[in-house]
Design a protein around this ligand. Sequence first.
Ligand code: MG
Length: 378
Amino acid sequence: MFVTAIIAAGGRGQRFGAAQPKQLVDIGGEPMLARSVRAFATHPSIGEVIVALPAEIAADPPDYLRTPRVRVVAGGARRQDSVANAFRAASASSDVIVIHDAARPFASADLIARTIAAAAESGAAVAALAVRDTVKRVDDRRVVRETIARETIYLAQTPQAFRRDVLRDAVALTDDATDEAALAERAGHPVRIVDGEATNIKITTRDDLTMAHALTKPARTGRAGTGYDLHRLVDGRPLILGGVTVPSDRGALGHSDADVVCHAVTDAVLGALSLGDIGRHFPDTDPRWKDANSLDLLTRAAALAREQGYEIGNVDVTIVLERPKIKDHIDAMRTNLARALGVDVARVSVKGKTNEGVDAVGRGEAVAAHAIALTRAR
Ligand code: MG
């Protein structure tokens, strides 16, 4: 699936009253626009980013927009005109197009991923927040006329994502709208809500800017841990890596399922919190763990991290194995590890290497895995 991101940055932010366009205002040492674009340009699901800018900025864009995956187009009079211009510049091969306001510089990678996934499935999806406060409708003297059932009210954010055909119908409508989801609705397409984020604020006023600066203050330091594991390869054992049984005439020797990937990641997570190692928490002398599924051990390690007030930021694993080739199994391993860790699959990386015939691993006598985990305070 090819995904195009459109960053709507064509406005001049007059409500903001700054000397320069709002999207160029500094937030925590960086222009708002640079933050918004980077969230998409570095996202693993996104193939290209098109930024719609006021014509004078599009003619001479800042350096942080001069990168291979980012293109710039001139915006239009209204936000929807800017998006329409960007849509015309999008690759003909894009399946899903995700639109985001430059004025929301804090959208997370998970939020972007789930909006894209929902649009791929149902045609159109918008990030939105459920209303927590009681909602009142008032008259022009600000006297309450009605209390509205808040269960029916959501506050729309961006990202908003659309299958290409749905967005084509939406941008063909020329009547005024404050977002593309409204146009898609008018074009008769169902639009699904995905959970937005309270921190995904839109910077419209000076007060919002104060909030934005607070959000960029350094969080409690993350903690990194590494893990390593090696098992001998012998005839007549299954080869289980990251919970996936890889077809092979030889498998890893050891207690339990001898899954070096899970063992290395478990040690990385425990190491990040200085909690010792897998042998301390899950000794193979204990009958409870003797034939344990190593994904379950990893789930328990992640739960220990959460008990300490940390969540998993991301995990990266390198498997060193001479044969068989594992590239067709990488995605299944990532899915298993992500589920055990309780994180989005975009936060889990698995890579394969051979040892070029060198040493015991290179002679096919063993399989090894290296892992690193980053945890961060919740
Ligand atoms: Mg082991």
